[in-house]
Write a protein that binds this ligand. Structure first.
Ligand code: ADP
Ligand code: UVW
Ligand code: MG
Length: 402
């Protein structure tokens, strides 16, 4: 019987999960899977440690499973799979840690309540991140649960990056820029030396249903396209990204929209979905001949290129770009268009390598290199969870021996 760590990663359109097994000194993947397209066309896929498909299910196009349905479905599936393994901890991705949580933490009811107070800052994520935690806490109070925060990786950013130009008393309330997708950026930072050992100034493009860019210098976050909430920065599947705050005032004053209607507009009805009027899913847009689908993709690429220039400026230049997450990993056309727009930085794309999905997608003599590296937020969460598990056990042992 192996000890097992379960990892849950609720994104805005997906619920990803991995079961890690402690085998001798190593932490190995036992199985890994996801429920994706939760609000469009849900699909469930699970692979074993060797990458073989062990379970699959597809719901009808337009059938919404939502996060609640996904959690219930996954709980039934995992109950069968755990079989001989002893579950010792569950690690969770929690998108917002606010000002207080800048490192992974062992959870209790008080912390969960505290984190619930940040829901307004991440309405598409925080409730879904906290839901399985609360269920497990009620049913298995002794099971170690660890929260790993998207915001934590960015706590190295300078005050000028973290601040809005608002009066101090508002900033002190925590109204400042945080940045997200930090577990993804932390994972990419940990493996990047295997690819581009010399690169000191890197921009990572995390392009999924949620999308952001991060400037990373000497392994530390310097700047990110996302700010106070995960609606900032790039246009995303259903989120608008950067917006003049005057637009919000206009919506209130002139269109008489209330807070909930504006939240729905900015988080769920905008981005690729709102602009195209067709879909939030990049696959559907790339397959479509509709001019609005094409315009939504053009806008997405344009805004990435613009943000890339801004982030390069924060580091005085860039040595390498890394593409990751759903779109970054699987859409060669988007990588190609972004790299072409970044030619001015000294990036020379290797078209064949990009089409083939190779790790290095820039030419050997390109001044700026470009890479395709699959992210693995679950792996990062498992590492943090294991560390806290070991610390908890060491503490218990020292209490017993003293
Ligand atoms: N083959 C593909 N081509 C283009 N886009 C893809 C492909 N596969 C996945 N995607 C995009 O990736 C997005 C999901 O990315 P992911 O990182 O899993 O999202 P989440 O933000 O939910 O974690 C989907 O919305 C889809 O648009
Ligand atoms: C923070 C965020 O946008 O996450 P995701 O991309 O998983 O939706
Ligand atoms: Mg994600």
């Amino acid at each position: 019987m192996s000890e097992a760590i379960l990892v849950l990663n609720a994104g805005s359109s997906s619920l990803k999960f991995s079961l890690f097994l402690q085998q001798e000194e190593a932490l190995n993947v036992g199985l890994t899977g996801q429920l994706e397209g939760l609000y469009t066309a849900p699909r469930f896929k699970v692979k074993d440690a060797l990458g073989a498909l062990i379970a699959e299910k597809q719901w009808l196009e337009g059938e919404s499973l939502g996060h609640e349905g996904a959690i219930a479905y996954l709980a039934d599936f995992l109950r069968e799979q755990l079989g001989p393994h002893h579950l010792v901890a569950v690690g969770h991705r929690v998108v917002h840690g606010g000002m207080r949580y800048t490192a992974p933490v062992a959870l209790n009811a008080a912390i969960v309540q505290d984190l619930g107070g940040l829901t307004a800052l991440a309405p598409l994520h925080q409730p879904h991140n906290l839901k399985p935690i609360s269920i497990l806490l009620a049913q298995h109070a002794d099971l170690l649960q660890v929260a790993c925060f998207d915001t934590a990786f960015h706590c190295t950013q300078a005050a000028v990056e973290q601040s809005f130009a608002l009066p101090q008393q508002i900033t002190e309330l925590g109204v400042r820029r945080y940045g997200f997708h930090g577990l993804s950026y932390e994972y990419i930072t940990s493996v990047l030396p295997q690819y581009a050992a010399q690169a000191r100034r890197v921009v990572v493009l995390h392009l999924g249903n949620g999308a952001s860019l991060c400037a990373i210098q000497d392994g530390k976050s310097v700047a990110s396209s996302m700010g106070f909430t995960a609606v900032d920065g790039l246009p995303m599947g259903t989120r608008c990204g950067n917006l003049d705050p005057g637009v919000v005032l206009y919506l209130i004053d002139e269109l008489k929209m209330d807070v909930r209607a504006i939240e729905k507009l900015l988080y769920q009805q905008s981005g690729l979905l709102g602009v195209s009027g067709i879909s939030s899913d990049m696959r559907t847009l790339l397959d479509s001949d509709d001019p609005q689908a094409k315009f939504a993709v053009d806008l997405f690429v344009y805004r990435i290129a613009r943000e890339l220039g801004a982030l390069a400026a924060t580091m005085g230049g860039v040595d390498a770009l890394v593409f990751t997450a759903g779109i970054g990993e699987h859409a060669p056309l988007i990588r190609q268009r972004v790299c072409q727009a970044a030619a001015w930085l000294g990036l020379d794309l290797d078209e064949a390598a990009n089409q083939a999905g190779a790790a290095r997608i820039s030419r050997a003599d390109s001044a700026v290199s470009a890479w395709l590296i699959p992210t693995h937020e679950e792996w990062m969460i498992a590492q943090h969870t294991r560390q806290i598990l070991h610390r908890t056990r060491a503490h218990a042992a020292s209490v017993l021996t003293h």
